[in-house]
Design a binder for this molecule. Structure first.
Ligand code: UD2
Length: 302
């Protein structure tokens, strides 16, 4: 070897090492956000996982996933966009069963799903109180799991219909119990979270308690874990109702209480439920799923 060639080769290797470190830090690890909870559950952000590797792991397991969505009253108008974008981005390439609960089965758009994916429409009663529609979801999810899907699917995600997908939501989101950090409060101190603060409610969370404020509009996990969550939230909601109490944010308040006691094993960043009316922040490198802008007065029954 000539000394010049040696120096050239060392420089090249040094450049390669520096470049791969840069790539790793930029694409695989994040230093601008918290990516693990104090109980060592991952917090999933773009750049903290390798999608190809994860998909390969789960393809081998031949998993199937259920998604539930409710479209009661005027909310049927959101279904087409929700379903079309779900088919494109939600567990693309995996077996997915989408359960649509509605009071108007004939109005459900006939969206053609990709191979291996199915759309199942289930009738539910209408209601003239939006709070009841939102809250009764836990009861219906409990029944769906117990009566239909317990031995059929591995994971379930329960999603708000007034939303759409924009980017991958896939195997990186899988876990025993999965919660999504609410985009409205992720920068706030926990004393500011809109938990139920009345001690008389079963959803009560004290000012010095709580980890994150989670969304009611997206949660999931393994079937037995979500069954336990749905059963508990439903019972607490109903027991509160018998005493004339409705938690501040209905089932979202009960879900937050549940997640404080039963820590989620995976936490999804606000990329997994952004709100279209909010300006995108620097740490949000991608928006995977977001709530569309809506006028409550036009669409809610009360
Ligand atoms: C928040 C939560 C929502 C729920 C609610 C509780 C997010 C992004 N959203 O949203 O999940 O916890 O607070 O108050 O975390 N629905 C109907 N018909 C109706 C009313 C509601 O089908 O007339 C269904 C529909 O699937 C909708 C969901 O219930 O997506 C939640 O209702 P919302 O979107 O009006 O609640 P919102 O935006 O206050």
């Amino acid at each position: 070897y000539s000394p010049v060639q040696n120096v050239k080769q060392s420089c090249f290797l040094l450049f390669l090492a520096m470049f791969s470190t840069f790539l790793f830090h930029y694409f695989i690890s994040r230093t601008d956000v918290v990516s693990v909870t104090p109980w060592l559950a991952p917090i999933v952000w773009e750049g903290t996982f390798n999608p190809t590797l994860l998909d390969a792991v789960y393809y081998k397991k031949n998993i199937s996933i259920a998604a539930t969505v409710f479209a009661v009253g005027k909310y049927v108008m959101f279904l087409r966009n929700f379903l079309e974008t779900l088919d494109q981005h939600f567990f693309a390439g995996f077996r997915v069963h989408v359960y649509v609960f509605t009071d108007q089965p004939k109005e459900v758009p006939k969206v053609k799903m990709a191979a291996g994916r199915e759309l199942i429409v289930q009738p539910v009663p209408s209601s003239n109180r939006w709070q009841e529609i939102s809250a009764r979801r836990m009861e219906i999810i409990q029944k769906l799991i117990e009566e239909k899907i317990q031995n059929k699917v591995d994971y379930i995600f329960c999603l708000d219909v007034d939303s759409k997908f924009h980017d991958r939501w896939g195997t990186e989101s899988l876990g025993g119990l999965v919660a999504v950090i609410h985009p409205g409060y992720y920068k706030n101190d926990r004393s500011k979270f809109p938990y139920e603060r009345r001690t008389s409610s079963r959803a009560y969370v004290a000012p010095d308690e709580g980890d994150f404020y989670y969304c009611g509009g997206a949660f999931g996990g393994l079937i037995p874990e979500v069954l336990q969550l749905a059963k508990t939230c439903r019972k607490n909601f109903e027991d509160d109702a018998k005493e004339g109490i409705e938690a501040a944010w209905q089932e979202e308040s009960h879900l937050n209480r549940y997640m404080w006691i039963n820590k989620p094993s995976k936490v999804l960043s606000p990329e997994y439920l952004w709100q279209d009316f909010k300006q995108r922040e620097a740490e949000i490198r991608t928006i995977r799923f977001s709530g569309v802008v809506k006028n409550y007065n036009d669409i809610r029954p009360n």
